[in-house]
Design a protein around this ligand. Sequence first.
Ligand SMILES: Nc1ncnc2c1ncn2[C@@H]1O[C@H](COP(=O)(O)OP(=O)(O)OP(=O)(O)O)[C@@H](O)[C@H]1O
Length: 241
Amino acid sequence: MTHQAKMLVQANRLSKMYGSRTVVNHVDIQVKASEIVAIIGPNGAGKSTLIDMILGLRRPDEGQIEFWRKDYLSYVGVQLQATPFFPGLSAYENLRLFAALYKKKLDRQRGLELLRLCGLEDAANTEASKLSGGQQKRLAIAIATVHEPELVFLDEPTAALDPRARREIHEVIDRLASSGKSVVFTSHDMEEVHKLADKVIMIDKGRIIAEGTPVQLCEQYGVDHLEELYLNLTAKEAVIR
Ligand SMILES: Nc1ncnc2c1ncn2[C@@H]1O[C@H](COP(=O)(O)OP(=O)(O)OP(=O)(O)O)[C@@H](O)[C@H]1O
């Protein structure tokens, strides 16, 4: 990624309230082209609410978001936690179906290329329901990118996966960024965040509490690992008596 990379998303002073509770509090976020951004923070910190606002699924109560193009939603891919495919169809048939929903024609060669990008070249004809958990996650990512988006959101893409399956997802994320896409992902695995992210945005109680490259953050706070920083900066849950 170069320093002159174009800006895809520029969100300023975003806030969201539920009743009298502020769950996102004056958050600024930028996403540049080909950048991998990790949004991290404790359960309930406001990460999903923030991403939903960027995706236009929830309206911010305050702040505004500028996108790199008017029709940006056609160039955004989203993989949410639920597995979003048709279990009775093969991996390739699922891709073709989702491409058709986006009104894109997907020829066999392009379909196989996309499956290869997601490490699924040997599973093209396998029924989606028969794929392993890791393969299903990768199919979900392939589906989220079938319309050639420029910006991809992945919500906890490696949750509940074994180390090898995680590593395969890491490779897919790296390949997406190398092919020029920007990736925004959430994760509770600090080692993975350190390895993958160009930029880390740490959120607690709706506010950004730290932001920078993993190396910058560790240097700035004098820690060896992001996990240490995370534990130092995020609040402990109150004990309910
Ligand atoms: N529709 C809603 N109405 C009321 N409160 C909500 C609503 N959606 C989320 N919340 C609350 O807002 C807070 C932030 O939730 P959010 O899902 O954004 O957190 P998160 O950081 O994504 O958490 P996790 O890591 O568990 O996915 C939580 O306390 C949640 O209970």
